[in-house]
Ligand binder design. Structure first.
Ligand code: NAP
Length: 306
């Protein structure tokens, strides 16, 4: 694969940034990748494991001379970081981000950036419940979607370049507007995470079973909620605070459906339950046909493996 950018700066060195680094290396997509993280501990770890060609001790040093700057930090701090780095950006550079929310990030970051850089927000729809510099791997974005959110005035050539980078890292790229992105993600990611957090929280409240049965019999379904509910607390706090309206809209609808199912159970309305579950099963089939998950039983976990 051909090199897309001469120098890329990754700001924040967690799961997404480290996966981007390994994916860029795999594809030979960048001449040099420099990195910066807030804590000395993360920067030291990055140096130890060879994450980034160069790890910088300051934000300004990292962005200086970079053709592409990628904000890979929680969405709540992106605006402040953009303000801190603005003066050091190279004219003509592209600034992007990987944040899980778009409208709020655009509102925070956009006004901080100088006119002579291209700001093209992005969001790779790929992740795991792990975080930190050691959690990344080159294959994370393979066959996953990456959504780009260029604004009307964005230079198409800059967008094409960023698209080429994501495609080189294995992703399928689509463009979307910010409000639509936030609603789609509220349905597919944000509300499901909140529901998983709630379910695990409820189980934890039932102290009399938590210590023994909940863990012991978790493979009955609860285990899959716990995986999602183990996701990074800072990242998810920021997601809910910045995608407030869309998440509340979807949770409102969720509550209504939940009440309807509750009523069906109370009234012994088996037809309602059966019809509902038949409809939801078809959605699972659609996801598998779209290549977004495995059809293997138990999500492909080895049978008998704890
Ligand atoms: P992560 O593994 O927790 O890493 C976050 C990084 O941000 C760390 O290097 C951390 O530095 C740095 N950071 C945190 N607060 C900071 C601050 N106030 N100033 C400067 N740096 C700070 O996170 P991640 O999972 O890669 O997520 C990064 C972004 O990707 C988030 O915006 C998230 O919404 C988005 N995203 C995540 C996923 C996912 O599943 N995880 C998927 C798609 C998109 P230290 O290590 O020094 O604390």
């Amino acid at each position: 694969m051909a090199q897309v950018y001469d120098r890329v700066a990754l700001i924040g060195l967690g799961l997404i940034a480290s996966s981007m680094f390994w994916a860029m290396k795999r594809g030979g997509l960048a001449g040099e990748v420099v990195g910066f993280a807030r804590s000395a501990e993360t920067r030291d770890t990055a140096r130890e494991i060879g994450l980034c060609d160069r790890v910088c001790d300051t934000l300004l040093e990292a962005v200086e001379g970079a053709d592409l700057v990628v904000l890979c930090v929680p969405v709540g701090v992106m605006g402040a970081i953009a303000a801190d780095m603005a003066a050091a950006l190279k004219p003509g550079a592209t600034v992007t981000d990987v944040g899980s929310v778009k409208a709020d990030v655009i509102a925070q970051v956009g006004p901080q950036l100088p006119q002579n850089v291209h700001f093209i927000p992005g969001h790779p729809l790929a992740g795991t419940e792990h975080s930190g510099p050691k959690s990344g791997f080159a294959e994370l974005f393979d066959n996953r979607w990456c959504l780009l959110v260029p604004s009307e005035g964005t230079d198409p050539a800059a967008t094409e370049k960023l698209r080429a980078l994501w495609e080189g890292m294995g992703a399928n790229v689509e463009e979307m507007d910010a409000e639509h992105h936030d609603l789609v993600l509220a349905v597919t990611s944000h509300a499901p995470h909140l529901i998983a957090y709630t379910m695990v929280g409820v189980a934890d409240d039932l102290r009399r079973v938590t210590d023994s049965e909940v863990i012991k019999y978790s493979a009955a379904g609860f285990r899959d909620f716990t995986r999602i509910a183990a996701s990074d607390p800072t990242m998810w706090r920021d997601v809910f605070l910045s995608n407030k309206e869309a998440t509340l809209e979807i949770l409102g609808r969720f509550t209504e459906e939940l009440f309807a199912l509750q009523r069906a159970i109370r009234q012994g309305d088996g037809d309602h339950l059966h019809d509902y579950f038949t409809r939801t099963r078809a959605i699972r089939r659609g996801i598998i046909e779209a290549g977004q998950d495995t059809d293997a039983p138990n999500f492909g976990r080895e049978v008998g493996k704890k």
